[in-house]
Design a protein around this ligand. Structure first.
Ligand code: SAM
Length: 276
C-alpha cells in the first residue's frame, strides 16, 4: 500500500458494527449527518497537497474529498483499522471516475502508530473517530503521532459529540432502560433496528453505549448482535490541554457543522489546532 507502515498487532477495533459495513452504512444514512460541506470548505481553504482522513470507515467522506482533490490538486488518504470497513470503501471507490481514484488511497492502520513517507497539510478525525481513543495515553499518542505526520503549520481537526450533561447525568451510576433509538430501511427492503442502554462512568469520562442490532434481510432472515461502544467523553478544556501539550496551537472550538463557536447548547465539539 501507499507509503505506510503498520503494526498489525496494535489493530484492535472490537465494535461488531465495524465488522458489518453494510449495516454501518444503513445506520449512518439514517442519521443523515450533513458534515460534508463543513469538511470541503475547510479543506479547500487550506489549499493542501495531502489530506489524511482518520477513521475513514466505508469512505462516506473520503470519496467526495478525493473528488474535490481531483479538481483542486490534492491527494486524500483514508486511514482505517477495521478491514471490512476498508474493503467496503475500496469497493465503493472502484465505481468512481479515474481522476477521483488517482487522488485517493486507502490504508489499513491506526492513528496511534501509523507512519507515512510524506507529510500531510491536514489531518481530519471526522464523525467521532476520536471517541474510540479510550485512555489519556491513547489520546496523547494519537495527537503526538498526528503532529509527526503533519507538515509545519499543518491542521489537525477533531470532530466529536459535545457532552450531553442531561443524558450523562441520567446514566451516571446506573444503566438506562434499554430503548430503541434508531430504525433504518435500506433501498432493497432490508431493515436495521438498534437499541441502546447507556451507563456513564463519570470518574473515567466513559459512556458505555451498549448497542444491540437486529438486521432483517429482504428475505426475512434476521441477524442479531451486540456492538457495545466504550465512548470517551471529551470536555472542551481537556481538548485545549491535549492540543497545547502535544505541540499545537488550538485555533478554534466550534459547536456545529455550520461553524458557530462552541457554546453550552452545541451539539458538536469540533477542535481545530495547528502545529506550532
Ligand atoms: C464513527 S466511524 C466514522 C467512519 C467515517 N469517517 C464516517 O464518517 O462514516 C469511526 C471510525 O474510526 C475508526 N477508528 C477507531 N479507532 C481508530 C484509530 N485508533 N485509528 C484510526 N481509526 C480508528 C473505526 O474503525 C471507525 O471506522
Amino acid at each position: 500500500m501507499h507509503g505506510m507502515t503498520t503494526e498489525n498487532e496494535r489493530i484492535e477495533v472490537a465494535e461488531e458494527i465495524y465488522e458489518n459495513p453494510a449495516d454501518y452504512d444503513l445506520e449512518v444514512a439514517a442519521h443523515a449527518v450533513h458534515d460534508l460541506p463543513f469538511w470541503t470548505t475547510l479543506v479547500r481553504r487550506e489549499r493542501p497537497r495531502r489530506v489524511l482522513e482518520v477513521g475513514c470507515g466505508t469512505g462516506r467522506l473520503t470519496l467526495p474529498l478525493a473528488q474535490l482533490g481531483a479538481t483542486e490538486g490534492f491527494t486524500t488518504v483514508g486511514l482505517e483499522p477495521a478491514l471490512p470497513m476498508l474493503q467496503q470503501a475500496t469497493a465503493r471507490a472502484a465505481d468512481a471516475p479515474a481522476a477521483t481514484r488517482a487522488a485517493l488511497h486507502f490504508v489499513q492502520g491506526d492513528i496511534r502508530d501509523c507512519a507515512f513517507d510524506e507529510p500531510f497539510e491536514i489531518i481530519l478525525l471526522p464523525y467521532g473517530a476520536a471517541h474510540h481513543l479510550a485512555t489519556i495515553e491513547d489520546q496523547l499518542t494519537a495527537w503526538r503521532n498526528a503532529h509527526r505526520l503533519l507538515a509545519p503549520g499543518g491542521l489537525l481537526v477533531v470532530d466529536l459529540s459535545a457532552p450531553n450533561l442531561a443524558q450523562l447525568a441520567a446514566a451516571s451510576g446506573r444503566t438506562t432502560p434499554r430503548a430503541e433509538d434508531l430504525v433504518a430501511e435500506g433501498d432493497e427492503g432490508q431493515q436495521l433496528r438498534r437499541t441502546v442502554a447507556v451507563s456513564y462512568d463519570a470518574a473515567n469520562q466513559e459512556a458505555l453505549m451498549d448497542y444491540r442490532y437486529v438486521v432483517r434481510a429482504p428475505n426475512g432472515e434476521e441477524r442479531r448482535y451486540a456492538s457495545p461502544f466504550a465512548m470517551h467523553v471529551y470536555y472542551p478544556r481537556e481538548l485545549a490541554l491535549l492540543f497545547a501539550s502535544t505541540g499545537f496551537v488550538l485555533e478554534r472550538l466550534l459547536g456545529s457543522y455550520a461553524g458557530e463557536p462552541f457554546s453550552d447548547e452545541s451539539p458538536q465539539l469540533i477542535a481545530i489546532g495547528r502545529t506550532e
